[in-house]
Design a protein around this ligand. Structure first.
Ligand SMILES: N[C@@H](CCC(=O)N[C@@H](CS)C(=O)NCC(=O)O)C(=O)O
Length: 319
């Protein structure tokens, strides 16, 4: 086990911003793929997924895992939402309800897994982590790629009904890619750029485009059940994880408060509630206790008292 001091990487409150006060997200480091005939072949029980219920990126992977019926193929460990100086802790370190221990190595924190694989690692110790038990390494820590693998890599091993589900269908790929690009920049990452900004101008440069994009999404969903092609796609999954956190967290904690989803965006609000209340993969992977606790507790530079607001009540309105 490494004894290197990595607190500058594990403690989000030591994260530096750019000279202009803006937040720039680093690219993920582990980018291998599960594929037939490859180094990481699709196999039942071979891979393990480490997540936080609080994290929108990790929750994308949980949603796709459930939609594709991969629960019996890929086990999951859940960290405590208290992301502190050492980063994400397992239940053995912080027994928050719903958190679990690391069944593979009994790790105390997510960072221990990264340092086990790469003692000189100098990126952030993020979730999700897709782990290969066979070669004891990280396959991939980039959610957008993990969901692509879950969408298709295990199809030969799945029952026909699950194998047939395709959330990135060939005929819609160009449209999905196009929407993903601006939604990532201005919405998924836009809320973080707004919340982690260190200057008024960096904040406004993030929060205004965020709401321009929400307005655009609202138009796309007027009269439509889904964002693209009249069917549930990856684009909906990627957007959902941000929108479901919006009113409970981003409006207050990240100062994304030009409007709320529930009062300002009827079509987005309906789309959100429909997915949440009618598709079990969305509701069952959503834990508002972890979500609210994580953000309000883990960023004392933004919320020094660590007080977790009681509202909004309810976290999500009925359909
Ligand atoms: N691009 C990555 C981002 C993952 C990410 O930033 N996860 C956050 C939690 S929401 C994290 O683990 N942060 C820990 C840190 O930065 O120290 C992905 O989509 O998988």
């Amino acid at each position: 086990m490494s004894t290197r001091d990595v607190s500058h990487l594990s403690d989000i409150n030591k994260m530096t911003s750019d000279n202009d006060g803006s937040f720039k997200r680093k690219a993920s480091s582990f980018r291998n793929f599960i594929e037939k005939g490859g180094q990481f072949a699709p196999e039942k029980g071979r891979y393990h997924l480490y997540v936080s219920y609080a994290c929108p990126w990790a929750t994308r992977a949980l949603i796709m895992r459930k939609l594709k019926g991969l629960e019996g193929f890929i086990d999951v460990s859940v960290v405590s939402p208290h992301m502190g100086e050492q980063g994400w802790p397992f239940a053995s370190t912080d027994a928050f309800p719903g958190a679990t221990e690391d069944p593979l190595y009994g790790a105390a924190h997510i960072k221990d897994l990264y340092l086990r694989v790469a003692p000189d690692y100098d990126g952030r110790f993020t979730v999700p982590v897709l782990w290969d038990k066979r070669t004891q390494t990280i396959v991939n820590n980039e959610s957008s790629e993990i969901i692509r693998m879950f969408n298709s890599a295990f199809n030969d091993l799945l029952p026909a009904d699950k194998a047939a589900l395709d959330f990135y269908p060939e005929n819609l790929r160009a449209q999905i890619d196009e929407v993903n690009e601006w939604v990532y920049d201005t919405v998924n990452n836009g809320v973080y750029k707004s919340g982690f900004a260190r200057t008024q101008s960096a904040y406004e440069a993030a929060v205004r485009p965020l709401f321009v994009s929400l307005d655009r999404l609202e138009k796309m969903l007027e009269g439509n059940e889904y964002l693209i092609g009249g069917q549930l796609t990856e684009a909906d999954i990627r957007l959902f994880v941000t929108i479901v956190r919006f009113d409970p967290v981003y409006v207050g904690h990240f100062k994304c408060n030009l409007r709320t989803i529930r009062d300002g965006y009827p079509a987005l609000h309906r789309w959100l509630r429909k997915l949440y209340w009618t598709v079990p993969a969305f509701k069952e992977t959503c834990n508002f206790e972890h979500i609210k606790t994580h953000y309000y507790w883990s960023h004392p530079s933004i919320n020094p008292t660590r007080i977790i607001p009681v509202g909004p009540i309810p976290d999500i309105l009925p359909l």
